[in-house]
Design a protein around this ligand. Structure first.
Ligand code: ZN
Length: 418
C-alpha cells in the first residue's frame, strides 16, 4: 500500500474548507499543469488545448487535441464540491447569557450531533461593493457549539439537536462583531462587504490514523475524495484517439443540485457544446458527441460499518480497502445501468484494480447524487461510482488509506479507455 496519495488527499482537503476553495485548489493544480482558465463571457478558443472554467463553487476542465473531430466522444468524471456543514446567518450576532454567540444553520444533510464540541473555523466568499469577490479562510478555531451536559439531558441516552435552537456557535467577542473578525482576516473593509456566504469547518487537520496509517480521518471526504481523485485522473489521462477527457465538479449536490452551478444547471452541457462549436462543429455534432459519451459520476459509497453490519444489504457488503465501488439502485437514486456498468468494469480491469458493487437495503431510504440529475440534463450515459467510507455526512469521516489511489487509477482509465 502506498500512502502518498492519501497524504496528498489530506492536504487537498485541509486547503479546501468550502466549494469555492475546492475550485481554487483544483484550479491552482490545473494552472501548474498548463491548463488555461477561460471566462464564460469570452469566446471559447478555436485551437485545441487544456482549459477550465469556474462558475462559483463549480468547475469544468477538459483537454482536446488537434486530432479530435467535433463529434468525438467526451469522457466525463463528475463529482461535487460541497459538503454538509453549518452556515452563518445574515444577521447572526446574538448575546445570550452575556456570551458572544453567532447564529448558524445547517446546510444539506449534516449529521448534526457530530458538529457539537468540535473546534470550528470559518471560511467562504465575500462579495464587495466594487463587484469583486474575495475568499476568506480562518483556519484556527474561532467557534464551538457546545453540547448539553449529560446531567441536564432528559434520559442520558442522547441529545436532541434542534436546528434552530441548538446549533449557534460560541465565539469570544472581546469587542466588535463576528463580521469584524472575518473582514479583518480577509483584509477588506467591512463597509465594502455587501454579500457573504460563510460556513464553518472542522479545524482539526486531516490525518492518516491507525497503527499502520491505514485509515484516513478527515472532514468532507464526501465528496472531496472524488474532486481529488478526478483531478488526478484528468492530469494522468493518456491521450486517446476519439475521446476528450472532462472533469466536472458541481456545487449544491447536498441541497438538490438546482442552481445556476449545480448538476441540474447548464454548466456542463454548455461547456461541451461550446467545445464542439469552437472546433468548427455544428449543433448536430454536439448531439453526436453526447450520444457517444459516458459520464462516471463519482461520489462516496457506504462501507459496511462493523458496528452496524445489519444496516447493509447482505450480499453487497463493501470493504474498507476493497477498492472502488459501483453504485446501483433499481429506482434510480443512482444512474447506473448495465451498459454503464460495463464501461466502469472495463476501466477497473484496465487499471488493474478490484471493483465492489453496492446496493442499498430495500427497507432504508437511499441517498442520491449528481449522476441521475446530470444524466437527465445532458442525455449522457452515466454510471455512478465511488470510494468506500464510514460516517458519511459526519463532521469527521473515515475511509481506507488504500482506497485513494485505486479510485484515481480507475477514473483515469475511464478517461482514457484502451
Ligand atoms: Zn456526496
Amino acid at each position: 500500500m502506498t500512502i502518498a496519495p492519501a497524504a496528498e488527499l489530506c492536504s487537498f482537503i485541509d486547503a479546501s474548507p468550502t466549494p469555492f476553495h475546492v475550485c481554487r485548489t483544483v484550479a491552482s493544480e490545473l494552472d501548474a499543469a498548463g491548463y488555461r482558465r477561460l471566462d464564460e463571457r469570452d469566446a471559447w478558443p478555436t485551437q485545441p488545448g487544456e482549459f477550465y472554467v469556474v462558475r462559483g463553487g463549480s468547475l469544468v476542465a477538459w483537454s482536446t487535441s488537434a486530432s479530435d473531430a467535433p463529434s468525438d466522444a467526451f469522457r466525463v468524471v463528475g463529482g461535487h464540491t460541497d459538503s454538509p456543514n453549518l452556515r452563518l446567518k445574515q444577521r447572526h450576532d446574538l448575546a445570550p447569557e452575556g456570551l458572544g454567540v453567532v447564529a448558524l444553520e445547517p446546510y444539506g444533510g449534516a449529521w448534526l450531533h457530530s458538529w457539537l464540541d468540535r473546534d470550528l473555523g470559518i471560511a467562504g466568499r465575500l462579495s464587495l461593493r466594487d463587484g469583486t469577490d474575495v475568499l476568506v479562510h480562518i483556519e484556527e478555531a474561532v467557534l464551538r457549539v457546545p453540547q448539553l451536559a449529560i446531567h441536564l439531558s432528559a434520559d442520558r441516552k442522547g441529545v436532541e439537536v434542534d436546528p434552530q435552537r441548538h446549533l449557534n456557535g460560541l465565539w469570544s467577542a472581546a469587542s466588535g462583531t463576528f463580521l469584524d473578525l472575518v473582514t479583518e482576516r480577509a483584509g477588506v473593509a467591512q463597509r465594502d462587504v455587501v454579500g457573504f456566504e460563510l460556513m464553518t469547518h472542522d479545524t482539526q487537520s486531516s490525518a492518516l490514523i491507525g497503527a499502520a496509517s491505514d485509515l484516513v480521518s478527515a472532514p468532507r471526504l464526501d465528496n472531496q475524495v472524488t474532486c481529488f481523485a478526478g483531478l488526478r485522473a484528468l492530469l494522468a489521462a493518456e491521450p486517446t484517439p476519439g475521446v476528450r477527457p472532462v472533469l466536472a465538479l458541481f456545487d449544491h449536490e447536498e441541497v438538490g443540485s438546482t442552481s445556476e452551478r449545480g448538476a441540474q444547471s447548464d454548466l456542463l452541457a454548455t461547456a461541451l457544446e461550446r467545445i464542439v462549436l469552437a472546433a468548427g462543429g455544428r449543433r448536430d455534432d454536439y448531439h453526436r458527441a453526447i450520444a457517444a459519451s459516458v459520464c462516471a459520476s463519482g461520489d462516496m459509497a457506504h462501507a459496511t460499518h462493523p458496528n452496524h453490519a445489519d444496516r447493509h444489504e447482505p450480499l453487497h457488503h463493501i470493504a474498507i480497502g476493497g477498492g472502488p465501488v459501483l453504485k446501483l439502485h433499481p429506482n434510480l437514486r443512482y444512474a447506473t445501468d448495465a451498459p454503464g456498468t460495463a464501461h466502469f468494469v472495463r476501466a477497473c480491469e484496465q487499471a488493474g484494480v478490484p471493483l465492489q458493487r453496492y446496493e442499498h437495503r430495500a427497507d432504508l431510504p437511499c441517498g442520491s447524487t449528481i449522476g441521475p440529475l446530470s444524466a437527465a440534463r445532458t442525455g449522457m450515459l452515466t454510471v455512478d461510482v465511488g470510494a468506500p467510507q464510514l460516517a458519511m455526512h459526519s463532521a469527521r469521516e473515515t475511509m481506507g488509506t488504500a482506497d485513494v489511489e485505486p479510485y484515481a487509477l480507475a477514473l483515469s482509465a475511464f478517461l482514457s479507455p484502451a
